[in-house]
Design a protein around this ligand. Structure first.
Ligand code: BDR
Ligand code: CA
Length: 348
């Protein structure tokens, strides 16, 4: 069983990461924290609570709001891709009030911030070495994770690994060189990359393989690729499937308009949770990765030393090859895993 803490900025693909974290059998989701990013911090927190509610986990998992701005840079959001509130076009989610009431009804409604709650989860799981470590999974800008590492350095030994969606090797999406999550808070990303703990980067190179094509969307609608009459399904069979279908449709349209993606949207963030659950879905390589902090045209670029220019020791931190970079995905197996989680959630 993998103890997981999920930090996110929902976000259409973050929502799918939440679904996977709840319904994958070998993931024990300890808590969710939220960060500025796709939308402002308030909407991120509300959206995470709405997703937990819709995906049947509001009674067991709490949302802990975190940083509302990057460490140094001005805050930026991405309404072009995710709508004004971060989950544009998604139908059938509960209202913020519904989801919020449920979150507050929990017995430990103690209003811990993101990093306080993550620290408590790591302490409780790790128990000074008598328990289990925690995988920290990040699907948004890395501000919360950097703050956690800076405020609680002694808890690093209770962290199994950090898996983050972000960056790209030779490819960006929100500038010619930089990917959105890293571009939002490059300094935080460098703090995380310097932490001496195993890390996996899930960059655009691999997330752009995780496309929800028409065929996958059809399976999402009813759980099968063809209806009784042999035709591809066009209508969702359950409320959950309708919600997810509207999510994919909005995301698809945004990706087509903005990035000219013709085949469907890439569900980037879902790969982080899938990686913790089944790393064999991925192949990649361990590299030294740093973030360009000063470039006029390249700020926020993740620079991977693929030719080994820099002398590195065996550590995962500031002096070593600090990151396993996922580069290839077993797409059919990943899509099966995603659709299995939808089926699991439908049973609840
Ligand atoms: C990342 O940015 C956001 O649009 C997504 O939620 C994902 O985390 C992709 O660049
Ligand atoms: Ca995200």
């Amino acid at each position: 069983m993998n103890n997981v803490w999920l930090d996110c900025d929902p976000g259409h693909d973050d929502a799918i990461a939440i679904l996977l974290a709840i319904h994958l059998r070998n993931i024990n989701l300890l808590g969710v924290s939220t960060v500025h990013g796709n939308a402002d911090a308030k909407n991120s927190a509300a959206n995470a609570a709405r997703c937990l509610y819709a995906f049947a986990a509001a009674h067991v998992v709490r949302v802990h709001p975190g940083a509302s701005k990057p460490l140094l840079r001005p805050v930026r959001h991405d309404s072009e891709i995710h709508g004004a509130d971060g989950l544009g076009g998604v139908e059938g989610l509960p209202t913020v009030a519904d989801a919020g009431v449920h979150a507050r009804l929990l017995p430990d409604a103690d209003h811990l911030t993101a990093i306080e709650a993550l620290a408590r989860a790591v302490r409780q799981s790790w128990q000074g070495g008598r328990g289990q470590k925690v995988a920290v999974v990040a699907c948004g800008p890395l501000t919360n994770v950097a703050l956690f590492l800076s405020v609680y350095p002694e808890l690093l030994e209770g962290v199994e690994q950090i898996v983050f969606m972000g960056g790209g090797i030779g490819v960006g999406n929100r500038s010619a060189a930089a990917e959105f999550n890293i571009l939002c808070d490059p300094e935080a990303a460098q703090v995380v990359l310097d932490a001496n703990v195993p890390k996996t980067m899930i960059p655009l190179n691999v997330t752009h393989q995780a496309i929800v094509t028409k065929a996958i969307h059809a399976r999402l609608l009813r759980g099968t690729s063809t209806d009784a009459d042999g035709a591809a399904p066009t209508k969702a069979s359950t409320n959950l499937r309708h919600t997810l279908s509207t999510l994919i449709t909005f995301f698809k349209d945004a990706y087509e308009t903005t990035f000219r993606f013709k085949d469907g949207p890439p569900i980037h963030d879902a790969l982080t949770v899938a990686y913790v659950s089944d790393p064999t879905l991925f192949t990649g390589k361990r590299y030294r990765v740093d973030v360009e902090l000063h470039g006029t045209h390249t700020a926020g670029e993740t620079v991977a030393d693929v030719w080994g220019y820099r002398a590195c020791d065996g550590s995962w931190g500031a002096t070593g090859k600090n990151c396993f970079v996922a580069l290839e995905l077993d797409v059919p197996k990943f899509m099966d895993l995603f659709l299995d989680c939808v089926a699991e959630c439908d049973k609840v």
